[in-house]
Design a binder for this molecule. Structure first.
Ligand code: FEO
Length: 616
């Protein structure tokens, strides 16, 4: 590996952050194994970030999807840290298995901390998902080969239990809870903050009293890979990545975010920087980033209306990602959601969660006697037909309890009604299955909020309703495509937005799947319906579809492209514009999407169909 590029980082003026030493980059390795046919560049980057503290960033430059976040535009990083105290050395988190050779090399390098696995004292595991802990077993094996019998894995009780299942060897472990400390010497006293459900039940933060760095692993992270070790690129450039990550992973756990922030305030000293597990170390705008987590989470937990509890099953099939997608569909619609792992939640928490929530979503646990099955029993004992609805979902595990068996046990035998028909995997691609779970979440949100929306309409007096109905507009079909996922909607709230760049603004309902396909950087096609000749097409796109249905089945469509941008035009429309989204604005139950027109054509000279609403 190539090291010591000699690049020097500027000091950022924070007492605890050094960021001045030489940075080391490894040679680039090529890896394949995610999107078929695609090659990914892997590299490590090491730098001193604070006194006696170095980061080892595993740079996954082209990673294009991660859990439910498809179409990542800037790859991601998996960040580990080494702390060399006066008497003991600790490694905080590790990396993905695919980085094995690069990571081991970096760990022993001077820029990575010159860590000798023969004498390393602690590996602090903040969370056991494989992107951070995939190398723990390799590290333990290497340490033992070098005669290191003292190396201790530090984590929460759940974390250590998970690791015992994952790692095929005995290892020395230390379970920590809030208030526990480990002294590395020289002032590097580590405090631990148990922060469950961010986003797994095993998660915790670590605070170093010497450097005032707070190590948070997934929390406060973002999927963003660049040359910058810190957030020097600024809030404006990074916020879309930070927000998408928060929405996907943290928003369904907003209560847990607020609880973790409170614990940090109570039990840690000043925080100089947040040493995250993904993306940059947050230092330049650290307070603003923390403030955003607080305000977004307060916002997510103060919405009125029925709330939903999702019980998923860790390390079982695709339960986690299906549950995340389902929750994403709900939280996108401002439905308050909480999530619990059936393997880790206790009976008391189950009772409380069922008391707080109207809809209980159960992802299929494995068959047999296990903690998850016991907790399903507790859910059923805590719910009743008057106050609750159930949604039963497949987990995609080889030994799932069949959905039909769960429906029989949970719904038919208890009389508790279903909030949605049971959701099965359907056998489509992973991308389509995740989209189907998200659309199911949207559907449930729509059902839960129908009364609230009607009440908002009923508040308007007749004259106001009539005046709103006087506004004229056109009739359009907007299509969106991302990978294998398609969506389309009839739109009437459309208008030119600017001439430089030439752009259009389209109002998209938040509860429509099109909303997920019109994020920043996505493309959409605005198809103009022809006056006097649009009814069949409009009816087609206004049908009620099941989440698994193909929206284009039964109509003719054509692909349109401009450079790398592409979309779907609908045959029969009089004109189309292919647009790329460059701005989105919240607009109540809709989102205003502004797209630059990249290319377009008039297919037939004809006026665009006009639309005059009868009421608001
Ligand atoms: Fe970054 Fe939940 O692992």
């Amino acid at each position: 590996a190539r090291r010591g590029s000699g690049r020097t980082r500027r000091a950022v003026g924070r007492r605890a952050l050094a960021l001045q030493g030489p940075e080391a980059r490894s040679a680039e390795l090529t890896w394949s194994g995610l999107t078929p046919g695609k090659e990914y560049t892997l590299q490590t980057q090491c730098l001193e970030v604070a006194e006696n503290t170095r980061t080892i960033r595993s740079l996954d430059w082209q990673r294009d999807r991660f859990d439910i976040e498809f179409a990542l535009t800037n790859g991601t990083t998996y960040n580990a840290y080494t702390i060399k105290g006066a008497t003991h050395t600790a490694l905080i988190d590790a990396s993905h298995k695919k980085f094995e050779a690069l990571f081991m090399d970096a760990l022993e390098s001077p820029e990575g901390g010159a860590v000798d696995l023969g004498t390393l004292d602690y590996i602090v595991v903040s969370h056991t998902e494989p992107d951070h802990s995939g190398l723990i077993e390799d590290l333990l094996v290497k340490a033992r080969e070098r005669g290191n019998e003292k190396l201790t894995v530090v984590g929460t009780k759940i974390c250590i239990n998970f690791l015992k299942d994952l790692i095929h060897m005995d290892f020395k472990a230390q379970v920590v809870k809030g208030g526990d400390q480990i002294d590395l010497g020289g002032g590097h006293v580590l405090d631990f903050v148990v922060a469950p459900n961010l986003h797994w039940p095993d998660t915790m933060f670590t605070y170093d009293n010497k450097t005032q760095l707070l190590y948070t692993c997934d929390a406060f992270g973002m999927h963003y890979c660049s040359d910058n070790v810190t957030d020097a690129e600024g809030v404006q450039a990074l916020e879309p990545h930070y927000k998408l990550y928060y929405n996907c992973l943290m928003r369904p756990n907003a209560r847990s975010v607020l609880s973790a922030l409170k614990k940090v305030g109570e039990s840690c000293g000043d925080v100089s920087a947040i040493a995250t597990g993904h993306g940059p170390v947050l230092v330049e705008s650290k307070d603003e980033w923390m403030g955003k987590y607080k305000s977004w989470s307060e916002d997510a937990t103060t919405k009125l209306g029925p709330s939903v509890c999702v019980f998923w099953v860790s390390r079982h099939g695709d339960s986690e990602r299906f549950a995340q997608s389902f929750a994403y569909g709900l939280t996108n619609q401002d439905v308050l959601v909480e999530m619990h792992d059936l393997n880790a939640v206790d009976a008391f928490e189950v009772v409380e969660a069922c008391q707080r929530n109207k809809v209980i979503v159960i992802f299929a646990p494995p068959m047999g006697e296990n903690a998850a099955q016991t907790n399903v029993g507790s859910i059923l004992a805590s719910c009743n037909p008057k106050d609750h609805k159930l949604v039963i979902c497949a987990s995609g595990g080889a030994d799932d309890e069949p959905v039909d068996s769960l429906v029989s046990r949970c719904v038919q035998q208890t009389g508790i009604p279903e909030g949605l028909p049971a959701i099965r995997c359907g056998g489509g691609s992973e991308e389509k299955t995740l989209a189907m779970f998200e659309a199911s979440g949207l559907q449930l949100a729509k059902d839960l909020q129908s009364k609230k929306k009607q009440a908002a309409k009923d508040k308007l007096d007749q004259k106001t309703t009539e005046a709103l109905g006087k506004m004229g507009s056109g009739r359009y079909i907007v299509t969106g495509r991302k990978g294998e996922i398609n969506s389309a909607a009839v739109a009437t709230w459309v208008m030119p937005a600017s001439s430089d760049p030439p752009s259009v603004a389209v109002s998209v309902a938040k509860d429509h799947p099109l909303s997920s396909l019109t994020q920043l950087g996505d493309t959409f096609v605005l198809n103009m319906l022809e006056e006097g000749n649009y009814l069949d097409l409009m009816k087609h796109f206004q049908r009620d579809l099941r989440p698994s249905d193909d929206v284009f089945e039964g109509v003719d469509v054509a692909e349109v492209a401009a450079g790398e941008a592409a979309g779907i035009s609908v045959v029969g429309c009089s004109a189309f514009l292919l647009c790329r989204v460059f701005s989105r604005m919240d607009a109540g139950d809709h989102v205003l999407v502004v797209g630059e027109a990249l290319t377009g054509a008039v297919v037939r000279e004809a006026p665009t169909a006009a639309n005059y609403r009868k009421s608001a």
